[in-house]
Ligand binder design. Sequence first.
Ligand SMILES: Cc1ncc(COP(=O)(O)O)c(C=O)c1O
Length: 393
Amino acid sequence: MIPSVLPTYSRAPLQFVKGEGTWLIEADGRRFLDLGAGIAVNALGHAHPALVQALTDQAQKLWHVSNLYEIPQQQALADKLVAASFADTVFFTNSGTESCELAVKMARKYWYDKGHPEKTTILAFEGSFHGRSSAGIAAAGSEKMTKGFAPLLPGFRHVGWGDHDAMHAAIDDSVGAILIEPVQGEGGIRPLPDQCLKGLRALCDEKGILLILDEVQCGVARTGRLFAHEWAGVTPDIMMVAKGIGGGFPLGAVLATEEAASGMTAGTHGSTYGGNPLGCAVGCAVMDIVSAPEFLETVNARAGFLRQKLEGLVASHPDVFEGVRGLGLMLGLKCKLAPIDLVKAGYGCGVITVPAADNVVRLLPPLNISEDEISEAVNRLDFAADAVLETQG
Ligand SMILES: Cc1ncc(COP(=O)(O)O)c(C=O)c1O
């Protein structure tokens, strides 16, 4: 008999009932160090006092109001994002997938209004992930996402990850945009080298097409800059954000330049919940914390500390690990065995990690994790690595 919850997830037999900072607490009282943070969602850990305060203050006043009316919390968050980024304007969504939908619509509408309705093709890298909607799976293109869901939304083509020459060669008159993740998350924590991102910006400028960045997983201070593309010193035309921006409240956004957003006039897009007062009140509290220079400095310091510890872990378990990669607090342990085995062993040792493609275990801890918690988490990963070897003995 089909379970009452549609069985689309393979869930671990863990039932968390409480979260405190970097810790998750199981129903039986066991405490886990959370290096997954809801897959880069709980950017400030669990139950951060400023976020709890923002949510409960707003909940006592007004939960929801339609986008038919002005929403001051939405205006405030848009102003903060515009002030802190390349963007001139912001649309709020509830998830990364919805941000992908709008990014695709925005690019196509841009070209339609410019008198080039043929420029519908969006180029992307293999191994990418942009969500589970029809546009999201077509944009990612991998068989794992698309099998059985034909017909796919047309207008996406893929080239090998980081293959600048192939990207160049793929541009014809039908191409309107390039869509990429500055750091691939699901694809196995693959940071695009700065030179490559710079090159893609230059290519888009040369060909007069739009650059869309998916910073759903790597944005919002995760890499040690407010947005990952800042490391390369270039800016996109359109950017998708979600996950960390809500710190656990479902919230996403599309940020764009005035030019790229020029087709999106009244009536061209909308959302019932996107940008509602609760979500935006929390988003404002998140932004106030993560955009502060001292916060970003601490993220970079903690990232350096974690990376150093992980290098030590890799060196002491050459049979389990091949190396560490990633940027900031978006790190991957490349494994020599199935990553899910290490993740499961981690559950037994009280540490939460997340598997990704390309044999990688992802570490996406809360951005405010302490040095002591990092040391303890890496000790637990050390036990997990021993445990996994023993079981495979
Ligand atoms: C890079 C990227 N884009 C889009 C998405 C989809 O976001 P959501 O699951 O919030 O719809 C994800 C989710 O993991 C992601 O990592």
